[in-house]
Write a protein that binds this ligand. Structure first.
Ligand SMILES: [Zn+2]
Length: 336
């Protein structure tokens, strides 16, 4: 098996958002950090544009056309938070396409780990609605592609962005093919993702929402992963592990008040890798948020190290919130 794969594309710099915190400087900071460290041994690969047929499995034509039309007329806003420029449509095609290419490479056995350093991010995007800086739901498109065309039967998505991944939550809400686990600050945008939202229909139990209080630090986050997420994921036996890797739970981030350290993201990545290893599956992460560019760049580097190295994550004791979450999630999953 080859080196871990880092997907990138110059179009990520052409999605212009003005003074918006989700700007191209994020990618520039990540690339500068990684280039200075010889890419940490990862193999850079160019992210292709997504196949439109693959994109349509998640997003209706009308939504794809709306994004294309806004870019074609030079830009505009989907809502006060979510803007697009002339280059945004192409950037969004490559952000989704990189995630799909990563899933293809991982499931073909080219590598055991991957990371997509691409933008715009995706986890807030609903099938027919751009929102929260997101145009297409990159991780959902890749997961759907893996299930439809790459032989995966079960995909696990760990969303560690500080905001709830409402789009991914909703797209797979009634599905038992994808286990979605999100840790997110509450209250915070977009306001969804209570512990009581556990999925629907055949997907009942396949959505795990773990809100944490403002100010929560590494102890709270890692306890939830160790004592709730990891055992549920082990019981699910995924063929592919994907992470919606946002870095806005960092203590330096301006958009939220959680208090993770740079090294905390290495531990989250190590957990994702350990979950994948236990299931005999590969692991890939896609960039979501993270708005302090220095913290973002350092945290992405820590994530790449954790994904590549694996090993045992730092063990922490469960707190009261973790015990409550274990009771709720334990209704659906035998938590070791
Ligand atoms: Zn976020």
């Amino acid at each position: 098996m080859g080196s871990p794969l880092l997907f990138r594309h110059p179009s990520s710099l052409e999605h212009e958002t003005g003074a918006h915190p989700e700007g191209s400087g994020r990618i520039e900071a990540i690339e500068a950090e990684l280039a200075a460290r010889d890419w940490l041994g990862w193999e850079p690969r160019e992210a292709p544009a997504v196949d439109l047929g693959v994109l349509r499995a998640v997003h209706p034509d009308a939504h794809i056309e709306a994004v294309r039309a806004v870019s074609q007329r030079g830009g505009g806003a989907f809502d006060p938070d979510t803007v697009a420029s002339a280059g945004s449509y192409v950037a969004a095609l490559h952000a989704a396409g990189g995630a799909c290419a990563m899933a293809e490479a991982l499931l073909a056995g080219d590598a055991g780990a991957g990371f997509c350093a691409l933008r715009p991010p995706g986890h807030h995007a609903e099938p027919a609605q751009a929102m929260g800086f997101c145009l297409f739901n990159n991780v959902a498109v890749a997961a759907r592609h893996a299930l439809d065309s790459l032989g995966a039967r079960r995909v696990f998505v760990l969303d560690w962005d500080v905001h709830h991944g409402n789009g991914t939550n909703d797209i797979f809400h009634a599905s038992d093919e994808l286990l979605f686990a999100s840790i997110h600050q509450s209250p915070l945008y977009p306001g969804t993702g209570p512990l009581s939202d556990t999925g629907s229909g055949r997907g009942e139990g396949y959505t795990i929402n773990l809100p944490v209080a403002p100010g929560s630090g590494e102890q709270s986050w890692l306890a939830l992963v160790e004592h709730v997420v990891a055992p549920a994921a082990a019981a699910f036996e995924p063929d592919l592990v994907l992470a919606s890797a946002g870095f806005d739970a960092h203590r330096a981030d301006p958009l939220a008040t959680c208090r993770l350290e740079t090294s905390s993201f290495g531990e989250l990545a190590r957990h994702a890798r350990a979950i994948a290893d236990a299931a005999g599956a590969p692991v890939g992460a896609v960039l979501e948020g993270g708005y302090d560019v220095d913290a973002l760049a350092a945290s992405v580097a820590a994530t790449l190290e954790g994904l590549a190295e694996g090993g045992a994550p730092r063990a922490v004791e469960p707190d009261a919130a973790t015990e409550r979450a274990r009771q709720a999630v334990g209704r659906f999953w035998a938590l070791a």
